[in-house]
Design a protein around this ligand. Structure first.
Ligand SMILES: O=C(O)C(=O)C[C@]1(C(=O)O)C=C[C@@H](O)C=C1
Length: 263
C-alpha cells in the first residue's frame, strides 16, 4: 500500500503536469487570438465554449462531479479569453436578482472586471457602445425586470446587442426567487450568436400571428418565443404569413447553447 508521502508525491507530479498543460493551453490561446486578427470575428465564442464543455462532460467519469468539472473549465476558458481581450461585464442588478452577479463572475472568471448597473437600458447602452464587452441580465422569467423589448429598438450607438448565451450552463432547475427571479441569466453582446450544435433561438414575434415554439412572455405588442435549434427565422410563422419578404413581423433577438445537466 502507498504511504501518505507516496500519494502526496504523486499529487505533486499531477499538479506540475496540469500546470505545464495549462501554460501550454494559454500559449496556444495567444496564437488563436492572433489568428482571429483582422476580420476573423469576436474573441468571445460561446458556441465553441459550449462544445468544449459538452465534450468533457460526455467523457467524464470517476468522482469528479459535473458542476466541479464545468467550474474548472469556466476559469480555464475565461483565463484564455481575458488574455486575448480584457473582459468588462456590465451586470443588471435588479432587486431580487443579485445572484446574477455570481453567475457573471462564475462565467467571466477572476480576471474580468464587473460593473453593476441599476438599469437594463444602461447595460445595453454599455454593450452597444463598446464600453462593456458583454452584459449579464436576469432570465426572462423575471417579468419584474423585463428588458427583452429594449432589444427591439435601435440604440444610439453601435450594434444592437443580441442574446448569445444563457447562464448557468450547468442546468440546476428553476429557483423560486424574489420578484420572479428564476435563477438564470442571459449574456448579451454586440455580436451575432454562434451555433454550438444544440441551441435554442429567441424571437420577438408581433402579437396576433401564430407561431410554433414556447411563448415565454408578451409585452409591447410582441411575444417572446423560444424555438429549439439555431434558426434564422421562426418556424410556423412564414407559413402563416405566406413568407413574403418585408411582411414577417419578427426580430431574431438571439440564440444560446442549450445547457448541460448536472447528471
Ligand atoms: O477557440 C477560440 O476561439 C478561442 O479563443 C479559445 C477559447 C479556449 O480557451 O478554448 C477561448 C475563448 C473563446 O471564447 C473560446 C475558446
Amino acid at each position: 500500500m502507498s504511504t501518505l508521502d507516496d500519494l502526496r508525491r504523486e499529487i505533486d507530479g499531477i499538479d506540475e503536469a496540469l500546470h505545464d498543460l495549462l501554460m501550454r493551453r494559454v500559449e496556444i490561446g495567444k496564437q488563436v487570438a492572433e489568428a482571429k486578427g483582422g476580420d476573423r470575428g469576436p474573441y468571445f465564442r460561446p458556441g465553441r465554449e459550449a462544445q468544449i464543455i459538452r465534450r468533457l462532460v460526455a467523457r467524464n467519469e470517476s468522482f469528479l462531479n459535473v458542476p466541479t468539472l464545468i467550474r474548472f473549465w469556466r476559469e480555464i476558458l475565461s483565463a484564455n479569453l481575458n488574455m486575448q481581450t480584457h473582459v468588462h461585464a456590465a451586470v443588471f442588478m435588479a432587486e431580487g436578482a443579485e445572484r446574477v452577479y455570481d453567475l457573471a463572475r462564475d462565467h467571466c472568471g477572476i480576471s474580468a472586471s464587473i460593473e453593476c448597473m441599476d438599469g437594463a437600458g444602461k447595460v445595453l447602452d454599455a454593450v452597444s457602445s463598446g464600453a462593456a464587452t458583454l452584459g449579464v441580465l436576469p432570465g426572462v422569467a423575471m417579468k419584474a425586470a423585463r428588458w427583452w423589448p429594449l432589444l427591439l429598438s435601435d440604440r444610439a450607438e453601435g450594434m444592437a446587442p443580441r442574446i448569445i448565451a444563457r447562464l448557468p450552463f450547468c442546468e440546476t432547475g428553476p429557483e423560486a426567487g424574489i420578484n420572479g427571479f428564476a435563477g438564470d441569466a442571459f449574456i448579451v453582446a454586440a455580436q451575432e450568436p454562434e451555433e454550438s450544435g444544440e441551441d435554442r433561438t429567441l424571437f420577438a414575434v408581433e402579437t396576433g400571428h401564430a407561431v410554433d415554439g414556447e411563448i415565454l412572455d408578451e409585452a409591447d405588442g410582441f411575444r417572446l418565443v423560444e424555438q429549439a435549434g439555431f434558426l434564422e427565422a421562426p418556424e410556423g410563422l412564414e407559413r402563416h404569413m405566406g413568407g413574403r419578404e418585408g411582411e414577417v413581423p419578427y426580430y431574431r433577438i438571439g440564440a444560446y447553447a442549450a445547457p448541460v445537466h448536472a447528471g
